[in-house]
Design a protein around this ligand. Structure first.
Ligand code: SF4
Ligand code: SF4
Length: 296
C-alpha cells in the first residue's frame, strides 16, 4: 500500500496517476474479502501516520504514545535536517503491516488515514496564503490491486464518505498545514534548530509526553492558557493535539498563538536584546580598525 499524502509535488516515485481529481470524479472500485488480492496492499506498506492516527491507534491498543511509537513506527524526515514524520514499522524482516491478519485488518475501526483513502490519495497543496491548503485527489492504480476491475462505480466523495475520512482530514489539517508551510518556507525561515525539531516530534506524535511537558511548572509559568482549556488538554488527547498545532506555529514560525505570561515576554525580549548585543560585540572585535596584518 503506497503512501500518498503530503507532498509539494505528489508524483515523484509514486504510482499515482498524475492527475489531480476533484471529489465528484467517478471511479470504479470495490474491495472485499473474497477478492483474489485480499491483503496484498497490506503486505507491502509505506504508510505515514498523522497525529490523529496515532491517538486512535494507541488508545485502541491501550498503550502510551511513547510505547506505540517505539513498537509500531519509524521516524523519517520530510526534508533533510527538517521536521520529521513517522511511518508504520513493518513486521520484522518483512514488508507487511504488523496489524495484518488472515481475516484482514486487526485494527480496522481505527485504521490510519492512508489505509482509509486507498486507492485514492489526498493531495494537499498550499496556496499563496500561508496556512490555507486545498485538497485534490489522485488515483493510485497498482498492478496487484484488482479492486479497480470490480463493477462498482462511485464518486471519490462517496468513497471518502464510506471510509469515514472526513474526521481524519479535519483532525490532521493543522499538522498538514504546518508541514506544507515549513516545506515551502524552508529557505526563507531557515532550518529549524534541533530543539525545535525535537519539540515538533514530541508535540505531534508523542501526545502523552507532550502532556507531561504542558503540565510542567516551566510551561505553566511561561504560557497563559485559560484554566478551562488547560483542564481539557490534560485529560483529552484530541484537545491537546489541537493545542499542539498552535504551539508549533509559535515554535517554528514565531507566531504569537499562545500568549506568554506577564513578565515572561519582557524577559524574552531582554534575552534577545542581550544576544544581539553580544553578537555585535563579537563582530566589533573582529572588525577592529586598529588591526594591522603585520601584527601576526
Ligand atoms: S493498518 Fe490495517 S489496513 Fe492499514 S496497512 Fe495495516 S492491516 Fe492494512
Ligand atoms: S482490492 Fe486493492 S485494496 Fe482491496 S485487498 Fe486487494 S489490493 Fe487491497
Amino acid at each position: 500500500m503506497a503512501d500518498v499524502d503530503i507532498k509539494d509535488s505528489p508524483f515523484d516515485e509514486s504510482p499515482i496517476v498524475p492527475n489531480l481529481l476533484p471529489g465528484d470524479t467517478e471511479i470504479s472500485f470495490r474491495c472485499h474479502k473474497d477478492i483474489k488480492c485480499f491483503n496484498a496492499c497490506c503486505s507491502n506498506i509505506d504508510i505515514t501516520l498523522t497525529p490523529y492516527d496515532i491517538i486512535r491507534l494507541k488508545n485502541r491498543l491501550d498503550m502510551s504514545s511513547s510505547e506505540f511509537l517505539n513498537e509500531y513506527t519509524v521516524p523519517f524526515e520530510f526534508d533533510k535536517d527538517s521536521i520529521a514524520g513517522v511511518k508504520f514499522k513493518p513486521v520484522e524482516n518483512g514488508t507487511a503491516c504488523q496489524f495484518m491478519v488472515d481475516e484482514g485488518c486487526s485494527v480496522y475501526e481505527d485504521r490510519p488515514t492512508s489505509c482509509r483513502y486507498y486507492p485514492v490519495g489526498l493531495v494537499s497543496m498550499r496556496k499563496s496564503d500561508e496556512y490555507n491548503d486545498t485538497a485534490s485527489y489522485a488515483l493510485v492504480e497498482e498492478e496487484h490491486c484488482l479492486g479497480h476491475q470490480e463493477d462498482r462505480k462511485l464518486t471519490i466523495d462517496e468513497y471518502r464518505d464510506e471510509q469515514g475520512v472526513d474526521v481524519y482530514d479535519e483532525m490532521s489539517r493543522g499538522w498538514r498545514q504546518l508541514i506544507l508551510k515549513k516545506k515551502s518556507s524552508g529557505a526563507t525561515i531557515g532550518k529549524p534548530s534541533l530543539k525545535s525539531r525535537q519539540l515538533f516530534f514530541m508535540t505531534m506524535y508523542d501526545v502523552d509526553r507532550f502532556r507531561t511537558f504542558v503540565a510542567s511548572v516551566g510551561f505553566q509559568d511561561s504560557f497563559d492558557v485559560d484554566e478551562e482549556r488547560m483542564a481539557k488538554m490534560l485529560t483529552d488527547d484530541v484537545e491537546l493535539m489541537l493545542f499542539g498545532y498552535d504551539f508549533m506555529k509559535q515554535v517554528l514560525f514565531a507566531e504569537e498563538t499562545i500568549p506568554l505570561k506577564e513578565g515572561v515576554k519582557a524577559q524574552r525580549v531582554k534575552e534577545e536584546k542581550e544576544k544581539i548585543e553580544e553578537k555585535q560585540r563579537a563582530a566589533e572585535a573582529v572588525y577592529s580598525p586598529d588591526f594591522e596584518p603585520t601584527d601576526i
